[in-house]
Design a protein around this ligand. Structure first.
Ligand SMILES: NC(=O)c1ccc[n+]([C@@H]2O[C@H](COP(=O)([O-])OP(=O)(O)OC[C@H]3O[C@@H](n4cnc5c(N)ncnc54)[C@H](OP(=O)(O)O)[C@@H]3O)[C@@H](O)[C@H]2O)c1
Length: 310
């Protein structure tokens, strides 16, 4: 495969950083979009010194988005957008549309890959965060040939500040999933690899592809398998969704532009739906996906061994 020059929006975030890292590993050139002049696009959590190429753009300044695309002349664009759970969606909807328009009119751009970062169904579900992603996807697809990669849930969530201390300190994976819920946890690196595979397939334009890990795992099995892989006794605890939502609301309160109590209620509603929807939102049959995007998916054990555990 020829090396491609790829512009990564959200490159300093967890998901974008994995994409920068994997692009480099596959021999491509990544240009990291950031508002942070100290970030050097090494695929590490910002800010770090390094040698990566970066370009400035801010979702709240539409001209900066088209300028970044025009100046860097990428062959592909990876689009990761921040959460709309605790922020107003309108500026990000506008940014998504602007990026898609600029992608379509800039010579040399062969593909736009939108990481929805979450499950997106084909109709509104009445959950603000979901419906905003659906609208982003609609606007992007209307403005440019694009493919949408839709990860159900990241294994890497277990490393975040809202999950890791309990895992390490108490030996508990406390998560707002019912014990019986079947979940196809996927590694961020695998989503990056699926996006890399998608960027070389312009024929996939217009497709929305839901992606998950190689198998469905219930919470207690996740704890047992992860514990065995890292040599610690772990157990699973199903956290009531209202407690989880209130906890997340408190965590994100400082940076939220929306009223956090109302947004916590939204978060609780969507997690209740995740747990009870007959459509099994976290379950994905990856066989047909891998026929189109051939990627080696990571098991829970492989993922666990690749992390540094304190
Ligand atoms: N499915 C799952 O399991 C899962 C897990 C985690 C997250 N998510 C979802 O993934 C999405 C993103 O997650 P997150 O918000 O936690 O992302 P994050 O990892 O905190 O990254 C945010 C990124 O967005 C960039 N950014 C933020 N505001 C910007 C602006 N105005 N202009 C340009 N860039 C901007 C930041 O870049 P700079 O600061 O460098 O400019 C940073 O790279 C959310 O919708 C979240 O719900 C899903």
């Amino acid at each position: 495969m020829n090396a491609m020059r790829v512009l990564v929006f959200g490159a300093s975030g967890d998901q974008g950083a994995a994409q920068v890292r994997r692009l480099r590993l596959h021999g491509h050139r990544a240009v990291a979009v950031t508002r942070n002049p100290q970030y050097r696009g090494d695929g590490l959590r910002a800010p770090v010194a390094g040698t990566g190429e970066t370009v400035y753009a801010d979702y709240r300044q539409p001209q900066s988005l088209s300028r970044a695309i025009a100046e860097t002349r990428p062959q592909a664009i990876f689009l990761n957008l921040p959460s709309t759970s605790f922020q107003a969606a309108a500026p990000l909807l506008q940014a998504a549309e602007e990026i898609a328009r600029a992608s379509a009119r800039t010579p040399g751009v062969q593909s736009l890959v939108f990481n929805t970062s979450m499950i997106v169904h084909d109709q509104p579900l009445g959950f603000a965060a979901h419906d905003a992603r659906l609208e982003m996807r609609r606007r992007i697809m209307a403005a440019a040939p694009a493919v949408s990669i839709q990860p159900v849930i990241y294994l890497d969530n277990l490393l975040r500040a809202w999950a890791l201390p309990t895992l390490l300190g108490e030996g508990v994976i406390r998560y707002p999933h019912a014990e019986e819920l079947e979940v196809c946890w996927i590694a961020q690196d695998d989503v990056a690899d699926l996006m890399i595979a998608a960027m070389t397939r312009p024929d996939l334009a217009g497709r929305s592809i839901t992606v998950g890990g190689p198998e469905a795992v219930r919470g207690p099995d996740l704890a047992r398998r992860l514990g065995a892989a890292i040599g610690r006794a772990l157990r699973f605890e199903s956290e009531p969704v209202t407690e989880f939502a209130a906890r997340m609301g408190r965590l994100f309160e400082a940076g939220a532009s929306l009223e956090s109590r109302r947004l916590s209620a939204q978060l609780a509603r969507i997690y209740q739906w995740y747990n009870s929807a007959p459509s099994r939102p976290f379950y994905v049959d990856m066989k047909p996906v891998l026929e189109v995007l051939p990627v080696a998916l990571t098991s829970v054990e492989q993922w666990a061994r690749r992390q540094t555990w304190p």
